[in-house]
Structure formats: C-alpha cells, structure tokens
Design a protein around this ligand. Structure first.
Ligand code: 5GP
Length: 150
C-alpha cells in the first residue's frame, strides 16, 4: 500500500484535470504529456504495481480503457494509440501507484514518428525494441513454471 501523488489526486487533495470517474477508477490528463491527449487511467486501489492490484480493480480498468481511448481518439484525431504501463523503477515507473498511460499517436506529427530518428526532435514516445530469441526448449521450460502458478 502506498500514498502516492495519485492517491492525493483521487482524494481531491491535489488538483487534476479529471476526464472520467467511477467507483473504482479515475482518468486524468497527464501533467507532462508525451502527446496531445496523453491520459492516465488510475485504479483507486493504492496498489504500487500491477501484480499487487486486485481482480476487481483490474477488471474495472480493463472495462473503461477502450471507452476512454475511443473518446481521446475522437477528440484529438489520433491515428494510433499506445497503452503503456510501467511497473517498478527498473521499468521506468516514477509514481508508485498503478496507472495506465493512453498515449495518442499521430501519423503526421514529428513527435510521434516511430523509427524515424531524424524526425524525433520533439516530445513524444520513443519505442526502441531489440528483440531476442526463444528456443522451443526454453519456451517449454519457462512456460511450465509460469503455468504452474496460474
Ligand atoms: P510513470 O513513469 O510512473 O509510468 O509515469 C508517471 C506519469 O505521471 C508521468 O507521465 C507524469 O507526467 C505523470 N504525473 C506525475 N505527477 C503528476 C501529477 O501531479 N498530475 C498529473 N496529472 N500527472 C502527473
């Protein structure tokens, strides 16, 4: 359990631009947006990371993510969207309270052109994936252990 800045926002102790609220979830505009319409969907439960989140709050987030994404796409004219969710410092999480980033992407805007470093000169989301390999043996072994816990 944490009392992060998002808990304070949920309780209304810190102002935010709230675009959605129900019993389990709020959605607010990110204070430092990567692109126009960058929104955070935040379960009210004060879990630090996704693996600590209850099924009920997780389901509540899943229920509203598509609807909020649709609204943002419609308002901003975004052509694509990334849903990003960081867990833990090593994954780049800054605020220790579960949150989902909805990051609109725009075909013709410099800040959102993936894979074109020469155009990446503004704010925006950079995705740098360096894929590895997985052998059948590794997959079987790893999968077996994960499955056993689920
Ligand atoms: P993280 O790196 O933890 O996944 O992302 C945290 C996000 O929260 C960042 O995008 C940051 O701009 C946003 N943020 C941090 N503090 C506040 C705040 O007080 N208000 C709002 N609206 N967003 C915040």
């Amino acid at each position: 359990m944490t009392d992060s800045i998002f808990s304070k926002i949920i309780r209304g102790e810190i102002p935010s631009h709230r675009v959605y609220e129900d019993d389990f979830v709020i959605a607010i505009l990110d204070i430092a947006p990567l692109s126009e319409g960058h929104t955070l969907v935040i379960p009210k439960e004060p879990a630090a990371t996704i693996d600590e989140l209850s099924d009920d709050h997780s389901a509540a987030v899943g229920r509203v993510l598509p609807r909020i994404t649709r609204a943002i796409k419609k308002v901003t004219g975004a052509t694509s969207v990334n849903i990003l969710q960081n867990n833990g410092a090593d994954a780049g999480q800054a605020v220790e309270h579960v949150h989902f980033h909805i990051i609109p992407r725009f075909k013709d805007r410099n800040e959102n052109v993936s894979g074109s470093p020469d155009k990446n000169n503004g704010p925006g989301l950079r995705l740098d994936w360096t894929p590895g390999t997985l052998t059948a043996e590794e997959a079987l072994e790893l999968g077996k252990h994960i499955k056993r816990l689920l």
